[in-house]
Design a protein around this ligand. Structure first.
Ligand SMILES: [Zn+2]
Length: 288
């Protein structure tokens, strides 16, 4: 609880506005001590006379449970291993041609940038993590039967199943379509006979909800069963034995999505939201 005394009535609206301007998700991140506007007000208190005294009681910052929360300094290590698959890579640039991405920017680069942020976000929550590749070196043990450079989607599931064996896999992608109006994120899952558990839809729904809550998306984030989809990319969902999801973060063929996808702050929002969804899922799973 923070008490500030103010000698001038005019200051009161300023403080009320400051309270309203806290993050839109309603999760205050900083105490009044850290707020330069409020700190300035406190200094002003000492310099002015003690007349027309007003007392404003500010509620203490609530520890946030969602995206953007203040992380504890000591991270409790968790048992779960999360595998992050940056979509495409090496000589496969993924989508990006004929899009709102500038020349030379492709899905491959964006997927890697968000994957690295996701790696940080998951580690900060105590998860063990591993990336399927770093875009430069072949992972040891990869079975390069398809195109010999680990970019074909069919090369990754055997590697993930045999060499990584994660508790959860998330594959990061960028969408593209002819219609420039189409926008927003999609979370795909595939519950099938390869899967060693039936968590796929539930886990994907947690991630979808977390993206809805924490990311400035251009459309409602969709949860999609990719079972019927022929696209080779979905082999990563279809043929891995662990629970998994494939996330199409937005459309590079939509102008706003393309801008967001290249914006480091938006990328971080997305990475934090995915990590948050995964954390909430495993937290709830542990309670059953
Ligand atoms: Zn892709």
């Amino acid at each position: 609880m923070v008490r500030l005394k103010h000698t001038r009535r005019a200051l009161l609206p300023v403080i009320l506005v400051a309270a309203v301007l806290l993050p839109a998700c309603g999760k205050p991140e900083a105490s009044a001590d850290a707020d330069p506007m409020l700190a300035g007000a406190a200094v002003e208190e000492q310099e002015t006379a003690e007349e027309n005294e007003e007392t404003v009681i500010l509620e203490p910052a609530v520890p946030a449970g969602g995206v953007g929360r203040i992380m504890p300094v000591v991270v409790e290590q968790r048992d779960e291993l999360i595998c992050i698959d940056p979509g495409h890579g090496f000589r496969d640039p993924g989508t990006g041609a004929d899009s709102f991405f500038p020349e030379g920017v492709y899905e491959r680069e964006i997927a890697m940038q968000v994957s690295l942020l996701l790696d940080e976000a998951l580690k900060a929550r105590g998860f063990r993590t591993i990336l399927t590749h770093d875009g430069e070196t072949m992972p040891e043990g990869a079975d390069l039967n398809w195109d010999g450079i680990f970019s074909a989607p069919y090369e990754r599931p055997p590697y993930i199943n045999n060499y990584i064996g994660p508790d959860y896999l998330v594959s990061i992608h960028v969408n593209a379509v002819g219609n420039p109006e189409k926008c927003g994120a999609m979370v795909f899952f595939d519950q099938n006979y390869y899967k060693l558990n039936d968590w796929n839809e539930t886990a994907a729904a947690y991630i979808r909800d977390s993206i809805e809550e924490g990311v400035e998306t251009t459309a409602v984030t969709q949860l999609v069963d990719s079972k019927e989809m022929e696209d080779a990319s979905f082999a990563i969902n279809r043929e891995t034995k662990c629970a998994s999801s494939l996330i199409e973060m937005g459309f590079c063929t939509n102008e706003t999505d393309a801008e967001n996808l290249q914006d480091p702050a938006w990328q971080k929002q997305m990475a934090e939201a995915i990590a948050e969804g995964i954390e909430r899922f495993f937290d709830d799973l542990g309670q059953h």
